[in-house]
Every structure is written in C-alpha cells, then in structure tokens.
Ligand binder design. Structure first.
Ligand code: ADP
Ligand code: MG
Length: 714
C-alpha cells in the first residue's frame, strides 16, 4: 500500500483520491459525491449480468462471452500520431486469448502486466488464437481476492464521468473503507429485524441482516445474486426504518404535546345525530364514524384523513363529527376549496338541522361588509355553532369562541410538514381532512405518515356505473348525436376542455389545444345549436361563476362547457353525460374526479374521451387504464406505478427528502414491516434512549430532525 492510500479516510475529499483530481471532483459533485464516504453511498442504479465466465476451450466464434484472466503480455504500437494498436494476452487455466484496441493508447496504462481482468466481448478466430476487438474490460486487481465478479455495478453518471471511472473508484474505496463505516444497526437489532422480515418471507437466510460492511461490499460488487439481494434488503430496510422512526416520533410528539378538547359521545348523542340523517349510514361510514368517535374523545387532536372515491359519501361522516362537536358545546368549522362547494355544504347542513337549535353560518365572498362583520362577531361570541366557508375566508378572519373541530374538504395536498394552524383558547381543534384522490398505500404510510387514515371503500347504494368510452375514429358525429338524444330525454351534459382560451396555447406545443372559449362557440353554432350552452372557467368573477353553476343546477342550462373547475365536488344528479376534450392533458386522478361528476343520478352516466393532436386515445396508456378501471384506488395505484413515486413524493409536496435506495412502489412490504417496527420501538422507548440504538437515532435526527421539527427529541 502506498503512502497515499494508507491515509485514505471516509472523510477524504474525492479530489485527492488517485486518478480523480480537481476537474473530475467537480463533476462528481453533481452526483452528490464529495468524500470517499459519498462514493460508498452512491448506489448502483442497476447491474450488468455478463454471460458466465467461459472456459477458453468453450469459446466459439461470434458468441459473446466473458472471462477472467491475467495480462501476461501487452504491447502498444504507435504508427502515425493518434494511430495506435494496443494488444494484450489474457491467460487463465484454460488458455490464452488476445485482446485488441485501436487508437486507445490509454489502455497501455490501464492494462499492465499482471493485471487481473475480466473481459467481455465477441471472440473471433485469428489463426489458431481467439481474439476480441474492443472488449469491455474490468480491472479486478484492486480486490483483495478476485471474486467471481459476474455482476457489474452500473452507476448513475454525469457529464465527464464514465462508468469505468466510478467502477474503479468504488472498487478501491469499497475494498479499503467499507470496514470503517459506523454500524447503526447493532447485531442484536439486525437479528430482531431479520425475525420480523422472515415472518413475511422477506428475509430467507437463517442469519441476521448483514452488517453494513458486507452490505456495501455486496451492493457494489456482488459475488452472487442472493448476496446482492441480501445487501439490498438490508439497506432498503434501513432507509425505510429510519424514515418510519422519524414519522413515529413525530406522531408521538403531536399526541403528547398538543392539547385538544375531548369530545366524547354517548349512545344518546349518537342516536340524536343519526336521527337527523336522511338515510342509513353504510357499513363503511359506520366504521369511520366509530373511528372518529374514538379519536375525538381523546385530549389530543385527532389528525385523521378520510379518503373515499368521488361520491362515496364523505360529507355525512363529516357532518356527524361536526354534530358531535356541537353536542359537546364546541364549535366546528368546515372548509371547502371553492365557494360553490361551501354553499353546497351549507345547504346540506342547514337542511338537516332546520328544526334544531344548532346555528349554521356561511362565510362567503358575496357577503356584504356588514353581514360579514355580524357573522364574525357571532362566531367570536359563540352564537354560531357550525361555520362553513372557503379556506381563504376562514383563515385569518375568524376568532372562535370554542373551536373543537376543523373539517377540510377535498384536500389533495396535505403533506406531513404542513399542519393547519387554527387554535382557540390555547388548545388545538381536532382535524378531519377529506380527500377524493385515493392515496396509494405506500404513499399514505410516508407522505401521510403522521396522519391516521380512514377509508370509504364502498359507495352508498344507488350509485350508477359510468360508461367510459375512448373516442375512436369517426366517433365525433356519433357521440354528439348520442348527447343530443340524452338532452332530449331531459338530461344535462358537461363538456370539459383543458384551456380557457386558444391563444394561451404556447406555440411550441405545436398542436391545437381545445379551449372552452373556442368549444363553446363551435358547439353553439353546430352540434348543440338547439340547446342552452353555458360557459364556466376559473378566470370568471365569482358571482358570474356562482350564477352559471346555479343556472346549470336549476336546469336552465342544458350543457356546461367548463375547465376543470367542475372537478371538485359539484353535485348535479341530472347531469349524466360528459365529454372530455384534450384528455391527454389530464392526469388519471383528475380524469377520475371529472368522471365522478356524472355518477350521481338515477340514470347511468356516460363519459367520452377525445384527444387533441395526432395520438388517438386508445394509444395512450393512461387513457386506456382510465377506460378499463372504475375504482379510484386501483387508478391511484396504476398512476403511481406509471409515473413512479416522484410526482407524489416530490419534495415540495411531502417535505420529505427523496429516497436513496428504497422504491416506495416496489418496497411496499418492507415499508409495512418498517412502519410496524418503528411504531413498536417508539411506543416502548419514545425518545430512543437505548444506547445500543444511539447511532440509529442519530441518523434519524440528521436526516429528518429539521424537516419534521423533531429538534427537542435530539
Ligand atoms: P363525496 O364523498 O364525493 O363527498 P358525498 O358526501 O357528496 O360524496 O355523497 C354523495 C351522495 O351520496 C350525496 O348525494 C349523499 O347524499 C349520498 N349519500 C351519502 N351517504 C349515503 C348513504 N349512506 N345512503 C344513501 N345515500 C348516501
Ligand atoms: Mg365531497
């Protein structure tokens, strides 16, 4: 070992490693690599599995093969400047093969006498000897023992950094430094983890999880596939466990530090609430109500998300919770994303409570100044029990007398890091957040890791199936004829387009994008000239939107041409037909939300999907899935798999750092075990004071402490 490498440490900057230098070091920075340790944690993104090393006698011309041997002869012949031939002989027990490189004089430095190499390529017979021209060569001499390196790591690359550079670097550093890493999972703990994983068939070996040294060696330079698998499992599990520990600590913190008014229920209260409902709750709804009752009786805030497909009946569950708050002499507030929706909720609540003493208020943009002042004062004085409004209006405007519950409707983006701040009298209210965008389970366990999740799986009775069609060639006439027939029968229809006006389609799009303004003009002149066609989009003033929605709801308009503003929660049971234009521009979740608008009435719903541009809908994977799947949960999973977790777990949305080696859609089972183990550990030892686990805790705090404000646990 020379002087340089004997001082090699984990913290050594890569710049000073042999063969790196300042300019490569700068490039490596793009891969997040600054120190030797970073190289160890630059995980291969994939592996190459060359054909098994072949006995030289078994080589046949034209059939690619790999073999391991020693360089026993090497010669560089330079003719004109820049023209060279490098030739070397590689020998093993079974014989000798020649390898040749043209104009790659650097090979002379790389492949010196005595080097152990693996060469892969296609042999050709030259005279009596096999030859490979420009084979792939891996120098193996940096390993303590030459393993059978049948599996080669493939690293993520960046400009100016070649696969060979990283292999060389990792080969050296793994060999010299893997043993110096701090083990955050002591042996006894690795045994415990192995036991948990074994139960689920996720760890087959009869020994504990491999230690960090073995894991890193085998991850970078695996000796065999099973070894690689074990290394991978250990590292993925560690990453997931660290994340889940952070989330469990945070959950714990929220339940021990925050105070909320206990809002217990009783058989009597339950009966009084239920008696006001116009229908019997479904089994799913009853289940969720039971969960809410349990949560709300506690003296720390409920933090629950209710997810349920469009039309699954979430509102009534929220109404139950609100009435429970009122029964305990507390106020409840319900926030909706749009005024239209807020009004709808207000109407529902007012109807159900019309003959009671419960006072309901609506805070909306169209109140006059004095009406608003009156309402705000009444809320502060405790004269109003239930307040409905949009989030924007409720935040900052209202002082509550005794706020016990806060319901947030149609909240799709509710990350861990985000917590709504509405307090009154030094206590936090209970929170119920509702979303119609089903969250894949793995995301629910991460993004929403500190939130309890309730699900409405089955819709209330009377829900109709929506027929979904992808418009194929020549469908236009047929479809509009169908729409006219339905309109003549008294139904109503939506037409949805991605843009408001044409001119905002950017020229580089290179295609026409359907806009509601153009569509409404066209339909009024052609296909739907005998019908009342209205226009709705987000840029219209509030009152106008309100008036249009009302007109559609009252049946004065037959057709509503709209952007996705109708996506959220609007309920017009008589509207059963929907045409979606430019559908390739919508996400699956969004399409599904849109479809949910036409599944409410007694008449079956119909959705037809058209695309802009050249690609017909049936060639679009996403749209095909949309046609075939009605279940929002299935769609969410499909979407997750198609797009990868990136979108959902994007940094801004989740507030969590990206995963380095775990893949949340692939590693769902490991995630479940990690979550359960983390919860158990934090239940038993909330601050992870076990000295054995000090390093693990350190990792949790380093990675998540700031983001999840776990500071005081540190
Ligand atoms: P979403 O989950 O999309 O918010 P809603 O709460 O608006 O759904 O419910 C959709 C429709 O189903 C409403 O018209 C509501 O009155 C009705 N509904 C909800 N629960 C039941 C039930 N248990 N039985 C019958 N109808 C129900
Ligand atoms: Mg709703």
């Amino acid at each position: 070992m020379d002087a340089e490498s004997s001082t090699l440490q984990l913290s050594s900057p890569v710049q000073y490693l042999p063969g790196v230098g300042a300019s490569r070091a700068e490039r490596l920075l793009k891969l997040g690599v600054r120190t030797a340790q970073d190289v160890l944690f630059l995980f291969p993104r994939d592996y190459e599995f060359p054909a098994p090393t072949t006995n030289l006698d078994a080589l046949s011309e034209g059939v690619s093969a790999s073999l391991v041997g020693e360089i026993i002869d090497a010669e560089l012949v330079t003719r004109n400047p820049g023209k060279s031939i490098f030739s070397a002989l590689v020998e093993n027990e079974s014989g000798v093969i020649r390898i040749l490189f043209f104009n790659q004089s650097f090979r002379a430095e790389q492949l010196t006498l005595g080097c152990q190499v693996m060469v892969s390529g296609t042999p050709k017979l030259n005279g009596l000897r096999m030859e490979m021209v420009h084979p792939k060569v891996t120098v193996l001499d940096l390993h303590d023992q030459v393993p059978q390196p049948l599996i080669l790591p493939i690293y993520p690359l960046t400009d100016g950094i070649k696969q060979a550079d990283l292999r060389r670097l990792s080969g050296q550093l793994v060999a010299e430094l893997a043993g110096e890493l701090t083990e955050v999972m002591p042996a006894s703990f690795r045994e415990l983890c192995a036991k948990k994983l074994r139960k689920r068939g996720l760890w087959k070996a009869d020994h504990p999880l491999v230690d960090i040294e073995v894991a890193l060696r085998q991850l970078h330079w695996p000796e065999s596939e099973p070894q690689l698998k074990m290394a991978h499992t250990r590292l993925v599990f560690q990453e997931l466990l660290v994340m889940q520990l952070a989330l469990a600590m945070r959950r714990r913190k929220l339940t021990t530090e925050l105070r909320a008014p206990p809002l217990p229920s009783s058989a009597l209260i339950d009966a009084r609430i239920i008696q006001r409902f116009p229908f019997e709750l479904t089994a799913d709804q009853k289940q969720v109500v039971a969960e809410l009752r349990q949560d709300m009786a506690r003296q720390f805030p409920m933090n629950r998300m209710l997810q349920g497909d469009v039309g699954s009946g979430k509102t009534i569950v929220a109404v139950y919770a609100m009435m429970l708050a009122v029964a305990n002499q507390y106020q409840a507030v319900m926030m909706a994303p749009t005024e239209v929706l807020a009004r709808q909720h207000y109407a529902t609540l007012s109807r159900m409570l019309s003959s009671s003493r419960v006072r309901v208020g609506l805070l909306c943009g169209s109140l006059t100044t004095s009406e608003r002042r009156e309402l705000v004062e009444a809320v502060a004085a405790g004269e109003i029990d239930l307040i409905v409004g949009t989030q924007a209006l409720i935040y900052g405007q209202l002082e509550f007398n005794r706020l016990g519950l806060c319901v947030i409707d149609e909240q799709h983006k509710f990350g861990v890091a985000q917590r709504v701040a509405l307090r009154s009298g030094g206590v936090d209210p209970h929170y119920l957040v509702m979303s119609a965008t089903p969250i894949p389970r793995s995301v629910a366990m991460t993004l929403f890791g500190d939130v309890d999740l309730s699900t409405l799986r089955n819709s209330p009775p009377g829900r109709v199936k929506v027929n979904t069609y992808l418009a194929r060639d020549g469908w236009k006439e047929r479809w509009w004829e169908f729409v006219r027939q339905r309109l003549n029968e008294g139904r109503q229809a939506y037409v949805v387009a991605p843009r408001v006006e044409n001119k905002d389609s950017s020229p580089e799009d290179g295609e026409d994008v359907s806009s509601v303004e153009a569509v409404v003009v066209e339909l009024r002149q052609t296909q739907l000239k005998d019908y009342q066609v209205g226009l709705l989009h987000g840029r219209m003033p509030n009152e106008e939107k309100q008036a249009i929605m009302q007109a559609f709801s009252d049946g004065e308009l037959d057709v509503l041409v709209s952007t996705t503003v109708i996506e959220v929660g609007i309920d017009v049971p008589n509207a059963t037909i929907m045409t979606i234009l430019g559908a390739q521009r919508f996400g699956l979740a969004q399409l599904h939300q849109l479809r949910g608008r036409v599944c409410r009435g007694a008449h079956g719903g119909h959705v037809c999907v058209f695309t802009d541009g050249d690609q017909p809908p049936e060639e679009n994977e996403r749209l095909k899935t949309f046609e075939q799947t009605q279940d929002g949960f299935e769609l969410a999973e499909a979407d997750f798999v198609m797009r990868g977790p990136g979108d959902l777990l994007g940094r801004q949305q989740s507030g969590l750092p990206p995963m380095r080696i775990a893949d949340l859609s692939r590693d769902l089972e490991l995630l479940q075990v990690a979550r359960q183990l983390a919860q158990q550990m934090i239940d038993e030892d909330p601050d992870l004071t076990d000295p054995e686990l000090a390093e693990l805790k350190g990792q949790v705090i380093r990675r998540y402490g700031k983001r999840l404000s776990l500071g005081d646990v540190a």
